[in-house]
Ligand binder design. Structure first.
Ligand SMILES: Nc1ncnc2c1ncn2[C@@H]1O[C@H](COP(=O)(O)OP(=O)(O)OP(=O)(O)O)[C@@H](O)[C@H]1O
Ligand SMILES: [Mg+2]
Length: 265
């Protein structure tokens, strides 16, 4: 099992939407997928529960981190859902090491039952975010093409407590930074200029989707994606022209992520 965390300290960049669409896609491709929602907002949980293929676990993500979770069912798409208790974990510092260990031990036990574990995280990093980064194999960071996001790329690596540098050096040397994925991209000169800045300063962190000529992966802002997420649907299953067009755009990006996960398996 390979574990992928969707992480960005900024809110609203598409972590949950991309995590859910990736999970549906992997499950449809025959992978056994375990989804863990560590964000008490529960946006992914709500979306996934709306999808008929999701098998919810009997315990929540808080129970999992407290070491009170059971075993997740063998299923094409199993969900350990978010609950309101998640936001209180940060205020229990004496439990923090235990939360990290519980998540790590749970994933070790689950390793033969699933092919991929997708973990959605909260913005504003805390112990849940840290636990996910410490237990995971890969991190993918959706971003929006605004100046704060570009400034935030530095924080993603260098944040004193939760930066990738610190996590790798101290806790998880094998953590692979899969890359930055621009999302909610709009064809404006402002965004184009911001994208060009990222290509100039951080080309090694973008996902190369084509080599000749070199093209980097990105996902456009498409109302179908928001609609799919709001109604618990997989974009590939939606029956309208806009959905087919959007699926044609995002499938190569999800396939690229899937390939990067299976290459490591
Ligand atoms: N490419 C896209 N096109 C259109 N809408 C999108 C796209 N990606 C995400 N959205 C929508 O944008 C909103 C924010 O996305 P999402 O909730 O996935 O962000 P998030 O990073 O998980 O936010 P938070 O940090 O609050 O958890 C949602 O309504 C989602 O459906
Ligand atoms: Mg989210």
């Amino acid at each position: 099992m390979q574990t992928l965390v969707l992480a960005n300290q900024k809110g609203g960049v598409g972590k949950s939407a991309l995590a859910c669409q990736l999970a549906y896609h992997l499950a449809r491709a025959g992978k056994r997928v375990l989804f863990v929602d560590l964000d008490h907002q529960g946006n992914s949980t709500k979306a996934l529960l709306g999808h008929p293929k999701t098998s919810p676990c009997a315990f929540s993500a808080t129970h999992l981190l407290e070491g009170r979770g059971g075993m997740a069912p063998e299923a094409a798409l199993a969900l350990i859902g978010a609950d309101s208790g998640l936001s209180g974990l940060e205020r229990r510092p004496s439990g923090h090491n235990g939360f990290v260990e519980a998540l790590r031990a749970f994933l070790v036990c689950a390793t033969d039952r699933y092919d991929v574990c997708v973990i959605d995280t909260n913005p504003n990093p805390d112990i849940r975010y840290a636990a996910a980064m410490i237990a995971a194999d890969h991190v993918l960071s959706p971003i929006q093409l605004n100046q704060e996001a570009i400034d935030g790329i530095g924080a993603l690596f260098n944040h004193a407590r939760y930066g990738l540098g610190k996590i790798k050096a101290t806790f998880n040397p094998n953590l692979n930074f899969m890359g930055i994925l621009p999302n909610l991209v709009e064809p404006t000169p402002f965004q184009r200029n911001n994208f060009a800045q990222i290509v100039r300063h951080f080309p090694q962190h973008l996902l190369e989707i084509q080599s000749m000529p070199k093209l980097f992966a990105l996902i456009q802002k498409r109302s179908v994606i928001a609609e799919a997420q709001a109604s618990g649907q997989f974009v590939a299953d939606m029956r309208k022209t806009a959905a087919r067009d959007t699926w044609r755009e995002i499938k190569p990006v999800l396939d690229l992520i899937a390939r990067k996960l299976s290459k490591e398996a």
